[in-house]
Design a protein around this ligand. Sequence first.
Ligand SMILES: [Zn+2]
Length: 269
Amino acid sequence: MRVHHLNCGTFTSALMGRLVCHVLACETDTGIVLVDSGFGLADVADPTHRVGRYAKLTGARFRESETAVRRLETLGLDPSDVTHIVATHLDFDHIGGVADFPNATLHTTAAEHAASEGRSTFRERVRYRPAQLSPAPAVRTYSGPGESVLGFSGTHPIDELGGRIVLVPMPGHTRGHAAVAVDTGNRGWLLHAGDAFYHRSTVAAPGQVPPGTEGRALRVMEELIAVDRSKIRDNHRRLRELNNQAAPRVRVFSAHDPTLFDELAGERG
Ligand SMILES: [Zn+2]
């Protein structure tokens, strides 16, 4: 499986530095599968309507050239070949691009879909933006006991994708947040952890990567916007173990860490 790492959105702020929106484009036998989708064309055209006035506080930069549809075109790929989008969660900076792929089915956990439909708290009304999923895409949701993959119980391998792309429920950041594991074949496993952590220091071996000012600021923000702080701390521990285990080798990265993005994007796919 060939996997492209795309940055489909940029945030800049004095405190947290540069952040990216790390999107995977996986070339599979059943078409192109995206993991997350970043910001889309309609977000760039009208950010206030689509993502709301709070998006400005995040330092989001809206650039058409960074949207997944334009990134794929730049790679010489046909956006109409995108058949599936697997979402880590449904926050506005992860699903803005869904509308640009009308042929695609959106895969998410049932818990996340319900949270985004319900928008029952102030925080959820800020993070979930109905305009981005209107008109509604085809959606498939996942719940129940699931299977064991990479030491995680309760995961959901996606059948149409031959089980090589797996939703790994990891609530905490949002109610139905999930990581997405991708079995690339000869290049091993990738684990897109979405917003289950922000800064690379969180999953590095102890003492290996100092958090610095940006890492500490991100840790504070992470706790502020999480729906369950004790769960995100538990997720950090599990992700750190996975990232540092000898075998099987799993490359763990978050949606927004720019250094992990640059490392992976710089490798030959
Ligand atoms: Zn995010």
